[in-house]
Design a protein. Structure first.
Length: 346
């Protein structure tokens, strides 16, 4: 799959105006495609695609058959026969209009775009983009008049700095719901509208997903479940978190057995963690693989949640980065204390 935006050329584009049905706004369907000059084509390619920086990938799903997912069905038809582009773009716009059930959702322009993929050794992967612009910006137009002077006009339009909503569907893995990149930068208090109600997608269970989920489940276990089951100090919790993130940074491949032995060690705690992970998988209806290549981008993204901080009343925060043996805890007539050993101050 290509992340390089320059490899995607707009070959077809149409825009429909989709209002908010609940607020009695209308749906305006375009009867013909837009025709762009080279400059406008480049401008739009950049605007539509530059926002897609995330590594997370999604796939269409359905509660019955994939073909009953409206957007999946429409893009499949277009990939099959580009002559259906106009007709299916209208179906996508109608579907978006019909599913709006929240008065906070803003109406806007819906662009449906067909991108020709770049020819590579592995073949050409075309893609279909669905982009919605909602926020309008005020901008100034400066016009020169006949008297060598200027006058100002105020206008409203689509700002090109940030796309509000977008999905790019790549023409591969059709049988498992294609591969999608998605953004929603303008949620309007409705987090389900774009991902769930309109597209009906879920995250793909790839290396990024498995890395992200394993780290998240482990962190939740150490911070929430472990203290309920075992006598454990904050310093030990910090040690578990540090060892786990370092394991993911140092290894290229995740192996569950190796992880639990190296990072947890204690057989009772390992058994408790295995049970916690199983409960999580049943609750979420997702299975986390026990072996997978570690995705470094997912590790970097999760790392910020693995800050090991011991908070002592309102006086002190201790950031723990390394060796657990360099911290001792105790109690005397003055109260509870931490003793920190070090070699040099920096």
């Amino acid at each position: 799959m290509h992340k390089n935006t320059h490899s995607n050329m707009i070959s077809k584009i149409i825009v429909h105006k989709v209002g908010n049905k609940i607020n009695q706004e209308n749906l305006f369907l375009s009867s013909e495609e837009l025709h762009l000059d080279e400059e406008m084509q480049e401008l739009l390619e950049n605007f539509f695609l530059k926002s897609f920086k995330g590594e997370e990938q999604f796939q269409f799903y359905s509660d019955s058959y994939l073909t009953s997912n409206p957007v999946y069905s429409s893009v499949s038809e277009i990939f099959e026969d580009k002559n259906k582009f106009l007709w299916e773009s209208e179906n996508i716009a109608k579907h978006l209009y019909e599913i709006t059930e929240n008065p906070r959702v803003q109406g806007g322009e819906l662009f449906i775009v067909y991108f020709e993929g770049e020819e590579t050794e592995g073949g050409k992967i075309d893609s279909i983009g669905i982009f919605k612009t909602e926020n309008k910006e005020t901008f100034l137009k400066i016009n020169a008049n006949d008297d060598d002077a200027y006058n100002l006009e105020k206008d409203f339009g689509i700002g090109l700095s940030k796309l509000d909503k977008g999905a790019v569907i790549y023409n591969n893995n059709k049988e498992t719901g294609y591969i999608l990149s998605i953004i929603d930068n303008n949620k309007n208090g409705d987090v389900y509208y774009w991902f769930e109600d309109f597209l009906k997608v879920k995250q793909r269970e790839d290396d990024y997903f498995h890395t992200q989920e394993t780290l998240a489940v482990y962190k939740d276990y150490i911070t929430k479940q472990l203290p309920q089951e075992f006598e454990i100090s904050k310093a030990d919790q910090a040690d578990f978190l540090n060892k786990s993130i370092n394991f993911f940074k140092d290894k290229e491949q995740f192996d569950f057995e190796e992880f639990t032995q190296e990072v947890i060690g204690d057989e009772n705690v390992i058994e408790s963690f295995v049970n916690y992970k199983t409960d999580y998988e049943q609750e979420t209806q997702m299975s986390i693989a026990e072996e997978f290549p570690i995705n470094t981008t997912a590790v970097k993204k999760q790392q910020r949640y693995f800050k090991s901080v011991i908070k002592l009343d309102k006086n002190f925060h201790i950031y723990v980065h390394g060796d657990r043996k360099m911290i001792e805890t105790g109690q005397n007539e003055k109260g509870k204390f931490y003793r920190l050993y070090f070699e040099e101050e920096k």
